[in-house]
Design a protein around this ligand. Structure first.
Ligand code: PLP
Ligand code: LMR
Length: 400
């Protein structure tokens, strides 16, 4: 029956983990997937998460189905975290929101909803480059995927002129995907001033902004600061779409906690949109998982846990920044050819190192160090025990 099914390629990101697992060398390092590790290279379960779980256990919770759009306390708190409690769409009850299977699920629900109901276009523009899963997610949602200029290889920074030109030449009404903060894979974000210009341009051209916020808190260590772009667009009157993930900022990767929301005109429109979000979700997976949403809503609604969580987000972000500093210092003191300043200026979980495909291949084969073929490294995979070995290995490979 399946004789004509061709073998597919391994996933460009998760496939790296498979290669890492198969390597038996004790020095091996996985810098592929973006998952936080502590300074011993171990997965990190946040203290606020453990406390929320202990609290939940004490309430003897049931295991009933959630409503199609998820746990109401969670979706409310998630929207508040993104938009801000005082934002007009929230105070006027105009945000349609559904819980989702983490950020990926939120993007998929959004893609499916736009594909079915967005009246002005079926084309979504992604930054070049973007997270590898964006293209298949939106293509499988029934949208056509195109790209706009984002990263400038020469400056290892934002191609702001190219980005603006591309926004200007998009057909009116096109959908534009924006990484809200901590751009994956480049670690390069627009400045607040640049965001303001981007927002004005998008508004002028009547483009539709779809924000992917998978790293709120991871860019600056502060969730409010990282929500700048989303809140700026909304306060300028734009009706955005928003995907949120709690995988990274709460370390809830496998619990699959996320939300998709749309800013609408008023409560009546919101109710119509939400009724259709239910119709999108129900045949996909019926209703979302319970446990992670309970954890997130407990943290977001209990003042003490919220404070503890804010501290832990900052701790994760700060450890990553300290690894950037050490990596930069090491590469420079080893006399590694090239300019490495971008390692320190890039933000969020990743560094887009500029290592070439042959160099990444050599790192895997000679040094048991695994990263994605585009030269991206997950900074969180580095720690006090492996940073020197990593720096020396990179330096050797670059020297050739
Ligand atoms: N969007 C971006 C840019 C990401 O890097 C990720 C990965 O974490 C996601 C969305 C969604 O991930 P998840 O489905 O694990 O929340
Ligand atoms: C990554 O880019 O490594 C993360 O977003 C995890 C994933 O699902 O790809």
């Amino acid at each position: 029956t399946w004789s004509a099914v061709p073998a597919g390629p391994p996933d460009p990101i998760l496939g790296v983990t498979e290669a890492f697992k198969a390597d038996k060398d004790p020095r091996k390092i996985n810098l592929g997937v973006g998952a936080y590790r502590d300074d011993n290279g171990k997965p990190y379960v946040l203290g606020s998460v453990k406390k929320a779980e202990a609290f939940l256990e004490s309430t003897n919770p049931d295991k009933e189905y959630l409503p199609i759009t998820g746990l109401p306390e969670f979706t409310k708190a998630a929207a508040k975290l993104a938009y801000g409690a005082d934002s007009t769409p929230l105070t006027t009850n105009s945000v349609a929101v559904t819980q989702s299977i983490s950020g990926t699920g939120a993007l998929r629900i959004g893609g499916a909803f736009l594909s079915r109901f967005y009246p002005h276009s079926k084309t979504i523009y992604l930054p070049n480059p973007s997270w590898g899963n964006h293209t298949p997610i939106f293509r499988d949602s029934g949208l056509e995927v195109k790209t706009y200029r984002y990263f400038d290889k020469k400056t290892v920074g934002l191609d702001f002129a190219g980005l603006k030109e591309d926004l200007k030449s998009m057909p009116v009404g096109s959908i534009v995907l924006l990484h809200a903060c901590a751009h994956n894979p480049t670690g390069v974000d627009p400045t607040p001033e640049q965001w303001t210009e981007i927002s004005d341009l998008i508004q002028e051209k009547q483009l539709f902004p779809f924000f992917d916020m998978a790293y709120q808190g991871f860019a600056s260590g502060n969730t409010t600061r990282d929500a700048f772009a989303v809140r700026h667009f909304v306060s300028s009157g734009q009706q955005i779409a928003l995907s949120q993930s709690f995988a990274k900022n709460m370390g809830l990767y496998g619990e699959r906690v996320g939300a998709f929301s749309l800013v609408t005109a008023d409560p009546e429109e919101k109710a119509r949109v939400e009724s259709q979000l239910k119709i999108v979700v129900r045949p996909m997976y019926s209703n979302p998982p319970l446990h992670g949403a309970r954890i997130a809503s407990t943290i977001l609604t209990k003042e003490e846990l919220y404070k503890e969580w804010e501290g832990e987000v900052k701790l994760m972000a700060d450890r990553i920044i300290s690894m950037r500093d050490r990596l930069y210092d090491n590469l420079v003191s080893l006399g590694t050819p090239g300019e490495w300043g971008h390692i320190k200026s890039q933000i969020g979980m990743f560094s887009f190192t500029g290592l070439t495909q042959p160099q990444t291949k050599a790192l895997a084969e000679k040094a048991h160090i695994y990263l994605t073929a585009d030269g991206r490294i997950s900074m969180a995979g580095l720690n006090g025990n492996n940073i020197d070995y990593f720096s020396e290995s990179v330096s050797k490979v670059v020297k050739g």
